[in-house]
Structure formats: C-alpha cells, structure tokens
Design a protein around this ligand. Structure first.
Ligand SMILES: [Zn+2]
Ligand SMILES: [Zn+2]
Length: 172
C-alpha cells in the first residue's frame, strides 16, 4: 500500500488517520525468509507540522515464523511495530535509508516502512526455547526430541559457533 503524502504536506495542520491491510506475506532479506501470520490492520496517522514536515505514526502487529537458531524448528515471534516520528523532507537525512520508504513522487510505502521496522525490532537470538539443545551435527538428530549416541562434546561447541556466525550475519 502506498499513501500519497501531497495532501498532508500541502494543507496546513491537516490530519489524517488511515487503516489498511498489510499487503506483505513474507519478510525476505538476504538472511531471513519468514512467513507473516495473524496480521492486524495497519493504523497510520499523519499530521502536517510545517513546510515539508509531518508527524508519522504507525502501528500494527503480526507474527513472524522463523527457524530456531539451534534446531531450525519453526518459532513464532510476535511483532509489534510502533512508529512515532517527526519527518522533515526539506533536509537531506544523514542516513539515506531513513527516507527509503518515501518514494521520489512523495508516496509513503507502508510495506517498506514495516520491512525496515521488522529489521530494527528483530531479536538477536531466535530460540524455540531458552535451553534448546539444537541438532546433532553428526547424525542430524533433533536433541530436544531424542538423544543420540554421538556423545561428542565438540557438537555443542560447533553448534554454538554456527549460532554465533548466524547472529553475526544478522547484525550486518
Ligand atoms: Zn530450537
Ligand atoms: Zn548424533
């Protein structure tokens, strides 16, 4: 969904509240490919606060299905996205990405904004449970469900190294 900002930006003190469904079905980056579930409507509030300035509020929630860092089984994460910021389109942002959700023709791209917010709010560790035992990297057994005979202390260390690498990738 794209929202034309021209009305908000051109009429002094103009306020607008919109409600729209979230179009995106998946959250996809080079690291993640997560299904989005239990979507609620996106509530957007816009208010003109001056020349080329406006207040942007957005709120929505949904679930993300992601693999556990250790055992790869599906984990459902509740996401609550809340944005409340004052934007000034007359100044170049220091961070170019900051306005990437606003098109050159002055349209607010709701999906892009939500995508950005998911990245910011993504937990650094995704675990099915705090003490997930992971997968044996020799025989592939999910060690939460059963034990295996490999009994190799190396396994645990290698799994945590893999977990660390995954976490490093996510930080980029
Ligand atoms: Zn797990
Ligand atoms: Zn094993």
């Amino acid at each position: 969904m794209k929202i034309d900002l021209s009305e908000i930006l051109s009429v002094k003190d103009k306020e607008k509240t919109l409600k729209c469904p979230l179009d995106m079905e998946r959250f996809v980056t080079s690291v993640y490919d997560a299904k989005i579930t239990d979507k609620s409507d996106v509530i957007i509030e816009l208010k003109n606060t001056g020349k080329k300035k406006f207040k942007l509020k957005l709120e929505t929630s949904f679930g993300l299905i992601l693999p556990c860092d250790r055992c790869l089984s599906d984990v459902s994460i509740d996401m609550h996205i809340k944005v409340n910021r004052n934007l000034d389109l007359s100044v170049e942002p220091e961070d170019k990405d900051e306005f990437c959700y606003i098109d050159d023709d002055g349209k607010l791209d709701v999906e892009k904004l939500v995508h950005n917010e998911i990245l910011i709010n993504m937990p650094t560790k995704i675990l099915c449970k705090e003490d997930c035992k992971g997968i044996c990297n020799r025989c592939g057994t999910n060690l939460n469900l059963q034990s295996c005979d490999c009994k190799d202390t190396e396994t645990v260390q290698q799994m945590s190294t893999l977990g660390d690498i995954l976490n490093k990738l996510k930080e980029v």
